[in-house]
Structure formats: C-alpha cells, structure tokens
Design a protein around this ligand. Structure first.
Ligand SMILES: O=C[C@H](O)COP(=O)(O)O
Length: 249
C-alpha cells in the first residue's frame, strides 16, 4: 500500500489538477492499494477525478460523533457519503499539535470501523522518547490503547502506520534497521494480542521523510507493507514511489 497524506496542502483547483495527473499515470494500477488523503475540502473534487481509477481516497481526520455541535469538525456520515474508504487516526500532528489522547483516538478508530471504513492508526515515538530507550513502550501503549476493545475481524481492517515523530517532515529517515526493529515489534505485539494469523494480515506502513532515493531500502523489509508519504506525495515523486513499491508486490 502506498498512501499519500497531503496534510494542509493544495486548494481544490490544485487538488483536481494533481489528481488528474495521478489518474493518468497510476490510475490503472491493480497490484497494490494506492490511496490519497487530501484536505477535507478537496475530497469531493478528488473523488470525482479519481472515480474511474483504482486510486482510493481517504480523509485525514474525523470526529467520532455522528453529528451535532462540533464546530469545524467532519463526521463519518459526511465522508461516507463521498465514497471515502480510509481515515487517518492518531497522526502525530493530531496527537502533538491538537492534543489528541490515546482514548480519543480509540474512540475514533471504533467509530471508523463501525461506519464500515478502514482506520489507518498512526503510532510513533518522539526523539526524546527514542533517546530514553522508550520506543517500544510508546508503541505498545499507543497500539494497546488505540485498538482497545476491538475484535480480530476489526483489527484486520485496520492499517497501522509506524511514523517516528523525529522523521516526519525532517528529511531524517529511519534507517532500515530502525524501521524493521520497530515494525517487527508492532507485528509481534499484534500477534500477542490477536494471534499471529491476524497479525500477518494487518498492513503495517512506514512513514517519515520517504523519498524515491530511500524508499527501496524500506519497502523491501520483511515487516514493511507500504508507505505513508507526506511531502513526497504532493508531487510527481509519488508516482515514482508507486513504481518502486511495485518491485516488491
Ligand atoms: O503522514 C505522513 C507523514 O507524516 C510523513 O510526512 P513526510 O513524508 O513529509 O515526512
């Protein structure tokens, strides 16, 4: 799976143009899941441009409640109406800039699954946590609490994205050893919680400063099932990343 998180970039006009480029270059790809996560306001336009392609559309954030007095928020009922398939939950920017707790993230994961969509649960340690040797503790807490109360059937519909906070938007990518160690740990934790068969069927993505120059060394790793790409998903490099991932399907 190659996913592009556009974050707070691209106006509806820019989004339509770029989605058109993706549709023409990689829209017929069938060997892997390709998903883009545009800003919510761009989604109707992007869905329309991509409707006859194999590129899926996800949303970067939702509120867990169905509707009501939550100014500025977007509900699952709204995004479902637009044929959105995936929802990012617990991205480090939501955790660290907007103060989202593991409990609130868990509420969102459950709401996304109940709505019949797939959550992409993002987890990852800060530099300080890594330097204190707390990486595995942080990942374990974020996964145990983020997936709290889910059944195996729900977990296989959930994608996990390992995004070390120190690698996001910094140009400092995790080494293949660091990525594999963390992601093998996530897989074994999922095995402990839900059984190895379930754990093997959960897709685990790496995210953090992915570029065409470093992606091959990551996507070839045993426990890396794809990438969640920020900056490099905003331009043609996203197409190159899809081509690189194809080598390992
Ligand atoms: O969701 C994507 C990640 O935050 C990675 O962003 P980045 O590729 O710009 O480092």
């Amino acid at each position: 799976m190659v996913a592009g998180n556009w974050k707070m970039n691209k106006s509806p006009t820019e989004a339509k143009l770029f989605a058109g480029l993706l549709a023409s270059k990689i829209g017929k790809e069938t060997v892997m899941d390709i998903v883009v996560f545009p800003p919510a306001i761009d989604i109707p336009f992007v869905v329309d441009v991509l409707k006859d392609t194999n590129i899926g559309v996800g949303v970067q954030n939702v509120h867990p409640k169905e509707k009501g007095a939550f100014t500025g928020e977007t509900s699952l009922l709204m995004v479902k109406d637009l044929s959105v398939e995936y929802v990012l939950v617990g991205h480090s920017e939501r955790r660290h800039i907007f103060g989202e707790s593991d409990e609130f993230i868990n509420e969102k994961v459950k709401a996304v699954l109940s709505a019949g969509l797939r959550p992409v649960l993002c987890v990852g340690e800060t530099l300080e946590e890594r330097e204190k040797g707390l990486t595995k503790n942080v990942l374990e807490r974020q996964i145990r609490l983020g997936l709290f109360g889910l059944e195996k059937e729900d977990v296989v519909n959930t994608v996990i994205a390992y995004e070390p906070v120190w690698a996001i938007g910094t140009g400092v990518v995790a080494t293949p050893e660091q990525a594999e160690e963390a992601m093998a740990f996530i897989r074994s934790l999922l095995g402990e919680l839900y059984g190895m068969e379930t754990a093997e069927n959960v897709r685990i993505l790496y995210g953090g400063s992915i570029k065409p120059e470093n992606f091959d060394a990551l996507i070839r790793l045993k426990n890396v099932d794809g990438g969640l790409v920020g900056g490099a998903s905003l331009k043609e490099s996203f197409i190159e990343l899809v081509e690189i991932a194809k080598r390992y399907v």
